[in-house]
Design a binder for this molecule. Structure first.
Ligand code: V47
Length: 372
């Protein structure tokens, strides 16, 4: 098919995409500044279909947030609470294990576990939590703790990142989610999340995790005070680390939700921006296999469109989501497996249930087998 490229600045980029060449920093900025979203999307879809054809991935997962107590007080966040906040919660280990079993009958293949930086919960507590989950749900993959939580636990325990990761891995952590990366630009970080580890520490923690053989995801938070260069810089830094480790599985662009945060004067992102971030990510991150359109954050409607603009994954059933809903998300907290199948099929794509590492899953209503 011949593309009609309205924005002439995109023509040299199309040539590179057709030749399978790597895009430069400047190309990334051009893609962000062009109003010709259909051409940007056409190019992203070329790459998406070259890699995955019509295959579109989802999983049957459950989020667990053991605590919302957080010492960081990031301005971007509506989830974290001070330890003395009467609305704050911290689950007991029994509550975590019990909560994990709640949901519905469809056998879950992944627990996605993240929480605040709690000033008292110890590394041993988290290891005990993981061991308890593995004992009760041995077949479920534990995707747990952002790089920010890992670095915080290491600092509190006064041990290295590597040792912290090893202890958690030995207790049952199978991989790590992609959160906490936000935007690596230091001036931006100082405003939106000044108490968090800096961008280099986030990347260094990911590098060590990958060296230990752990896979992780990666994210970028957009739609606050960052500019196009900050976004491209973030994507290029992820791409550079991936060239070295190959450990990132999926990239998830995360739209900033301002409600109930100290930055609530910032307007919400538009559908145009959400779609563009998916497309630019697919084009710039030539070495990261999957781009996820996280339906909780984008809405199922926009996530469906994103499947034609570079995304090949729509995330999972989720069951209980707090981080985005505390920040004003109006989407449902969960989607049934059948609804995910419908969304993907109605977008003209082929749904594939995957496990966390993208191996196909075959299932009956209450059991599943991972095809290796
Ligand atoms: O780490 C926090 C971001 C992340 C807000 O790895 C906010 O598969 C928008 O990382 N508005 C959590 N974003 C979500 C996340 C994630 C989600 C789905 C799948 C995966 C994966 C990872 O959300 C946080 C932070 O970066 N966040 N507050 C907010 N107000």
């Amino acid at each position: 098919m011949q593309a009609i490229i309205e924005d002439a600045r995109l023509k040299p980029i199309l040539e590179k995409v057709q030749a399978g060449e790597r895009l430069s920093f400047e190309d990334g900025v051009t893609l962000y500044r062009s109003g010709d979203i259909l051409s940007v999307g056409y190019m992203a879809n070329l790459v998406r279909e070259r890699l995955h054809g019509d295959r579109t991935y989802f999983n049957v997962n459950r989020h667990i947030n053991p605590t919302d107590v957080c010492v960081a007080s990031c301005r971007l966040c509506a989830f974290g609470k001070r330890v003395r906040d009467p609305k704050a919660y911290t689950m007991s280990l029994d509550e975590v294990w019990h909560r994990a079993g709640e949901g519905w009958s469809e056998a879950i293949t992944e627990f996605h576990i993240v929480g605040g930086l709690h000033p008292e919960l110890t590394l041993d507590w988290y290891c005990e939590m993981l061991r308890g989950l593995k004992q009760r749900f041995p077949q479920v993959h534990l995707k747990a703790f952002t790089m920010v939580e890992i670095a915080y636990l290491a600092r509190r325990q006064k041990i290295g990142i590597r040792e912290t990761l090893e202890k958690l891995r030995d207790a049952g952590m199978d991989s790590l989610p992609g959160g906490g990366a936000e935007i690596f630009s230091e001036p931006v970080r100082r405003i939106i999340c000044d108490h968090k580890i800096d961008g280099n520490e986030w990347l260094e923690t990911a590098r060590i995790a990958h060296e230990l053989g752990l896979r992780s995801n990666c994210t970028m938070l957009y739609g606050h005070i960052e500019n196009e260069e900050d976004r491209v810089d973030h994507l290029v830094k992820l791409r550079e680390l991936q060239d070295v480790t190959g450990g990132f599985v999926t990239f998830i662009p995360l739209a900033f939700h301002p409600d109930n945060t100290p930055l609530q004067h910032i307007p919400k992102t538009t559908g145009f921006a959400d779609i563009r971030n998916i497309a630019v990510a697919r084009l710039m991150l030539d070495n990261i296999p999957h781009i996820k359109a996280y339906w909780v954050m984008m809405t199922p409607r926009i996530a469906q469109i994103a499947l034609r603009f570079g995304a090949d994954d729509i995330d999972g059933t989720v069951v209980e989501e707090k981080i985005y809903h505390d920040a004003g998300a109006t989407t449902s907290q969960s989607l049934r497996r059948s609804e995910l199948l419908r969304l993907i099929r109605k977008a003209g794509r082929e749904p594939i249930e995957r496990d966390t590492l993208y191996r196909p899953v075959q299932r009956t209503e209450a059991t599943f087998t991972v095809l290796v």
